[in-house]
Design a binder for this molecule. Sequence first.
Ligand SMILES: [Zn+2]
Length: 541
Amino acid sequence: MPLDDVFLLLQSWLDRLVRRLRLGRPPASGHRRLLIVQIDGLSRGVLERALRERRMPFLGRLLQHGGLRLVPMSVGLPSSTPAFQMAAMYGVRPDIPGFHYHDKRRRADVYFPRAGDAAWVEAQHADGRRGIVAGGSTYGCVFTGGAANNLFSFAMLKRPSGAGLAQALSAIVVMLWVIVKSVVVSAIVIDRALLGFVADPVNAPRGWKLLAIKVGVSVWVRHLFTLSASRDLYNGAPAVYVNYLDYDVVSHAYGPYDRRALRALRSVDRSIHQLCRTVRRVPEHAYDVYVLSDHGQAHCTPFDRLTGGRRLERVLFEDFLNPGGAHEVGPMRPEGRKVAAGIKAIRTGRAPGLVQRFMNYLENDFPWLLGELKEAREQGGVRVICAGPNAFVYFLDVAEPLEIDAVDVRFPGMAEGLSRTRGVGFVLARSADGPLCIWRGKRYRLNELGDGPFAGRADLALVSQGIEDLMAMPSAGDLVLYGLEAPVGNVSYISEIGAHAGPTEDEMHTFVAAPAHVEFPERITHPIELYPRFARYQEVA
Ligand SMILES: [Zn+2]
């Protein structure tokens, strides 16, 4: 018996003891339970390659003869974790246009890593609906899905609803083992890496970044999630949703097909193996195991590499939204001596080299010193947010979304100009006749997408539906820019090599591996279709 399981058994005895002391109640029996394992960021294309190359031998065996069936899934737009999980967990069409966006009516940004934002979005959307994880646990998810135990979710980082003291105590055994195991594994990983750095000092800086990811996400977090989820399975929690972030994180740093990202899949495969072993040990709890992915990634070039360090926010304000500004204030002109004007000059890129470099550094790494969130900037009633391969432009004087005619009045020709900018793939806008896609200077309606921006796509109907859904979200920008399939290739507006939120095939097409004995559709065309399948486990409970 692997050592992990010895600790889990020990913990489960402790748990039973706690229950006997009438501090908790035994799990109800007689119905099936739900285990969802999400492999964040894994497209069907990369999954198929990983299976071919035997990088996920356990999942491969499950699919071949272990009772899991691979169902193609298209995740819609944006191809991003919060939108996916909101649709799957609550069965609602989300108003979540990206990982970072602005809510004009509330006059506030939503930025998921910031404490409290996810909880607010979840409360707004759930609106009394029962989540698919009610009474269970979520690990590594953006939202709780109604889980009682969600200690490790984004949404509850600030205000964990956590379990009671008794439960916390029984979790300590698992926690202690995770610590012991992770310390040992980290030491081995770090030791090996150090040997590598000595041998290859030139590549050491990049190596440090990978090492930090490896030890942080892939050792500590993955072990913590796997063991905590195993503990829930032993205890018969009605639903458990585990999200493994390893692949997504490495893929953002190096690209979706990079060998380091593919290598991360092997550890995830081992964790799936461990969870399935636990499920087999407790047949009385009757768990159905689903393995799925929320979106894929596209290989991108960061925008500022195309522009010599000018970020998209700056290009937008200097070249499109305030092109005359350069003549109003400048450090060389008398009125430019005012502090405010001086800062404006520095921030719009007209200060001497060293100062400018320092400001660029502040802007990138400490944006709150300048009163901003990273990748957001506001000037003259216009707010720009870069969220990934997508960016939003909001005109703040009107609380409701603006149609393209109103944008044209404010900035004639801007939408077309943007669509011809180096590093821009296409621009989306709203019109009285529905959404528009502006591509290489020309406007296309949804039924014309096949003539231009998405010519040759076999899944054209899904792309068009995705754009319609995205532009129906009140929080999507008045203009939505995408860097995907720009003339120079895929581009992201933040500094990352792997990116997602858009409609490229790799981003949109993923999979659900569903139990063969469960009735399940042949194909899923939007995560909202998952909700009734998963909610069924709640109804019997
Ligand atoms: Zn991601």
